[in-house]
Structures are given as structure tokens and as C-alpha cells.
Design a protein around this ligand. Structure first.
Ligand code: FES
Length: 124
């Protein structure tokens, strides 16, 4: 049986408290992601800084993503109707080409607040 000194036990307790508080502070904020289409809309929960594609696939919402989220096929296009998302990267701009500013790749746009989107279906 291992015996610890009182000093060792106290320092381990402090360490566990510090680790626990660090995990608590890293809890992600939750936002709502509303997907609008011709029929109506569907609201799902999105985590802070999560890609829109990850949120949609987790919630089983139909979207094409042929390259698996590697920002190379351009099939995961969405239109940001409202809300805060990350700025587009150079690669994303290259894949998107000349399009409306509200058009983004779902695999690259990260959630920064409550957002409303429309999925652009390029292929049926
Ligand atoms: S999944 Fe291919 S560009 Fe987003």
C-alpha cells in the first residue's frame, strides 16, 4: 500500500482543483443554427468555433461534402442569411471563386454566434 504524506496529498488536491477549473473555463458556448429552406426552417444546436458542416452532419441535415471537409470540392456551399461566422480563408476564397459575400463553404465557416443559413444544393 502506498502512503502519501499530508504535504503530497495537499499538493495533489491543489493540482486537481487547477485542472478542474481549467476544463470548466474551456466549456464551449452553445448557439443556435437555423437552416432555412423552401419548406420552412429547422433549428439545431451548434458549438462555438465548430464548422457549420460538422454541426449539419452531426444533426443529420442533408448537405453535400464530397472532399470530406478539406476545402477543395466546393460542394458544401451555404448562404449565411444572418449571424456571426469566422472570416473566409484565402483557400476558401479560391475554391468559392467570385460569389456573393454571404456565400461560404460549410466546412470552413466556423460558428461565432446564433446564425441562420440556407444550404446551396449544387447537385441533386
Ligand atoms: S466539403 Fe469540399 S469544400 Fe467543403
Amino acid at each position: 500500500m502506498i502512503r502519501y504524506t499530508q504535504e503530497a496529498v495537499t499538493s495533489m488536491k491543489k493540482l486537481f482543483r487547477r485542472i478542474k477549473s481549467r476544463f470548466r473555463s474551456k466549456e464551449l458556448q452553445r448557439f443556435s443554427l437555423t437552416v432555412v429552406d423552401d419548406v420552412g426552417s429547422q433549428v439545431v444546436e451548434a458549438l462555438e468555433n465548430e464548422t457549420i458542416l460538422k454541426t449539419l452532419t452531426r444533426e443529420d441535415i442533408d448537405i453535400s461534402y464530397y472532399c470530406g471537409g478539406n476545402s477543395s470540392c466546393g460542394t458544401c456551399r451555404v448562404k449565411i442569411l444572418d449571424g456571426k461566422v469566422s472570416q473566409p480563408t484565402g483557400r476558401e476564397k479560391l475554391v468559392l471563386g467570385v460569389v456573393e459575400a454571404s456565400e461560404r463553404l460549410a466546412c470552413q465557416a466556423r460558428v461565432g454566434g446564433d446564425i441562420r443559413i440556407e444550404i446551396i444544393h449544387l447537385y441533386f
